[in-house]
Design a protein around this ligand. Structure first.
Ligand SMILES: Nc1ncnc2c1ncn2[C@@H]1O[C@H](COP(=O)(O)OP(=O)(O)OP(=O)(O)O)[C@@H](O)[C@H]1O
Ligand SMILES: [Mg+2]
Length: 349
């Protein structure tokens, strides 16, 4: 430790790729120090559980070597169905009382024994209409968090925080965007998961992980054209060009319709819990947000303004070290990793 400052890297182990971001903190600002990704085989992570740890370790080792990473402290994150996030209202109490009350609260909505889960909580600002405090609780099976921690331990890194994709996104958004008034949705469309975090005046009021993403689109292409995963991926990435074969166009439209429909259903469900408010803006990111026309279709179907999130909006970088075209290309995928890199040790326990 030099001058009390500890460096960290943000590591997003996604089902399609491992993404890494390292920042340098300058005076009141953040500067990019390292960034990169390493692709994973499609079957390495299934339903966000690590199925082929050796492959994930190899891919991560390669990434660390390529980027010549020296920093050991790492912030990772988890997401998906196995992560439970719940907001509860409790009588106003102090920290010690709260620490005792949380396990009991958890047992109300988690079937597993408390010994088998990891959890964290945060008191939300303000109080509900009955003067009770609102607490956000996040919980996941220890097995899941341990699997991710084991991967980073194996490559000699030290996991200091296990975060949640949804909250990393929120953190990334806060640092990059000052517009926090009103209700907006952060939507990260990845390979197997679409994370949705709805913020009201900058505070998370609704979260959901949908089990949908670009991987499904590949499966449809594979089936239709009788090709392997890699070929399907290449076909997908060629969509930016002209002369798209009609069958591929149809599958693309189906994918867009299905993912936008699911996002809209989630928004509608959320809106039904509100009295006068509704989501007016959707900020999208994630590799699959790059599917051409997806943003426009989402705008059409939800009647919200849709904008692409730029995780580098308030992050400076040295143009001699980083190619701006590369950063622009990779930016949509880097939302979670950026949010993780922005965490500070001691931010969360
Ligand atoms: N230009 C593009 N056009 C369409 N899809 C793309 C493009 N670039 C990347 N993708 C898709 O984005 C997905 C990867 O995005 P991302 O890195 O956000 O996912 P992930 O974090 O690895 O997955 P998850 O969070 O779901 O586990 C893949 O399905 C990939 O095919
Ligand atoms: Mg992801």
């Amino acid at each position: 430790m030099i001058f009390g400052k500890r460096e960290i890297i943000g590591l997003d182990i996604g089902s399609n790729a491992i993404k890494l971001v390292e920042l340098k903190e300058t005076k009141n600002a953040h500067q990019l120090k390292n960034i990169g990704e390493s692709l994973l085989n499609p079957d390495a992570i299934a339903d966000k559980a690590i199925v082929n740890p050796d492959h994930v370790i190899d891919s991560l080792t390669e990434l660390l070597e390529d980027l010549r990473i020296k920093t050991k402290n790492v912030v990772i994150s988890i997401s998906g169905n196995s992560v439970i996030i719940k907001k509860v209202s409790l009588p106003v109490m102090n920290d010690d009382e709260l620490r005792q009350a949380i396990p009991w609260e958890l047992q109300q909505f988690i079937p597993q024994s408390i010994e088998d889960i990891n959890y964290d909580f945060q008191v939300l600002p303000g109080e509900d209409s009955e003067g009770r405090m609102e607490v956000l609780i996040a919980a996941a099976k220890k097995d899941l968090t341990n699997d991710y921690m084991q991967i980073v331990n194996e490559v000699g890194l030290n996991p200091v925080v296990v975060d949640i994709d949804l909250f990393a996104l929120e953190n990334m958004y806060e640092v990059n965007y000052s517009e926090i008034d009103g209700i907006l949705a952060l939507v990260n469309i990845g390979a197997t998961i679409t994370n949705i975090n709805i913020l009201k005046d900058g505070i998370s009021i609704f979260t959901r992980d949908l089990s949908m993403g670009g991987h499904q689109y590949n499966e449809w292409i594979q089936k239709e054209f009788d090709v392997g995963y890699d070929e399907a991926e290449n076909m997908k990435l060629s969509l930016m060009g002209n002369n798209i074969p009609p069958d591929l166009k149809r599958i693309t439209d189906d994918f867009i319709e299905s993912i936008c429909g699911e996002i809209k259903r989630t928004m509608d469900f959320f809106s039904s819990t509100l009295i006068n408010d509704s989501v007016s803006k959707i900020m999208i990111c994630g590799g699959s947000s790059k599917v051409p026309q997806l943003g426009l279709a989402l705008e059409d179907i939800t009647s919200c303004t849709v904008e692409n999130i730029n995780p580098f909006r308030n992050i400076s970088y040295n143009e001699r070290d980083f190619d701006s075209e590369y950063l622009k290309d990779i930016a949509p995928k880097m939302g979670v990793a950026m949010g993780l890199a922005l965490r500070k040790i001691g931010d969360k326990e």
